[in-house]
Design a protein around this ligand. Sequence first.
Ligand code: SF4
Length: 340
Amino acid sequence: MDTNKIILKWYDKEKRNLPWRESDKNIIDVYKVWISEIMLQQTTVSVVIPYFQRFILRFPDINILAKAKIEDVLTYWAGLGYYSRARNLHKCAKNIVENYNSIFPEKYETLINLPGIGDYTASAICAIAYNQHEVAVDVNVKRVISRINNKQNLSNIEIKKLAKKILSLERSGDFNEAIMDLGSKICKAKDPKCTICPLNKICRVFKYNKKALLNINGKNIFKKKIIKYGNCYVIGREKDNKLFFVRRPNRGLLGGMLSFPSSLWVEDKNNIPNDNILKNFILHANIKNCVHHTFSHFKLILNIYEINIDEEINIEGEWIKREDAIHQLPSLMKKVASII
Ligand code: SF4
């Protein structure tokens, strides 16, 4: 049996039920495909599902998303991380409404020029929503294709070329989803389930190079993350029981999100730089506790300083009641809020 037929046969029996795969009368909703693929970048399926469901309820189509305020979009993204994705999503929705009559373009070359859409998302939309002969190379696809060919350190272009050799012409979208599901359920990075894998008879790494299954692309999957340190200031105002928040700069981690003021995050815990205005607070503040948080490429330990004041602060920001701010905060800042 051809490789793609084996993969699709397995997929028809084992595919994951995911909310963005639900369709009316078998018509795939390109809007849902787009939102899900953007959310799934750097984030696992189980984390994305509740965010996706809330997001679709609030922004059920591209016109509603385009008309929404960015702060509202960020609120529904709060906790999902990589906030530039949400800002680009919003820009992209406006662009499609204004320039493409609210209809998602079908051509890869057009899609790739839209805000926040790179090769992966353009390929996923072409393949999954429009059933075109494309392959979206995510980490699962990369792992499965590398392993069945017994090759390491392949570029995305090389992975794509190899995948296209076995791609189903009639069911390109399903083929893409099938490889992603196989990578997630069977051909896992650690401890792949080769004995029950539908591809074990043709998989070259399983046949010839089992020791390569210990890692992927030569990277040590147990590599330790670096640790960064920072200070975070929870400033309360007693007269109206509000807390002081700032908006983080658009560029960088937690970009554009509501946050408690904090210092830069650095690797030297003895030299945490402090903003001059905030530095004074340390003198009067109580160290409340530490918050530990793990980002994809480093761990963060934040010292939390808590202080109550009644004067104005000379920093751009806003006073908000805790209960009104909490749902707008990214996960790290929710953790900070939870200990005060
Ligand atoms: S046989 Fe093992 S390594 Fe090969 S594709 Fe299947 S799970 Fe992955």
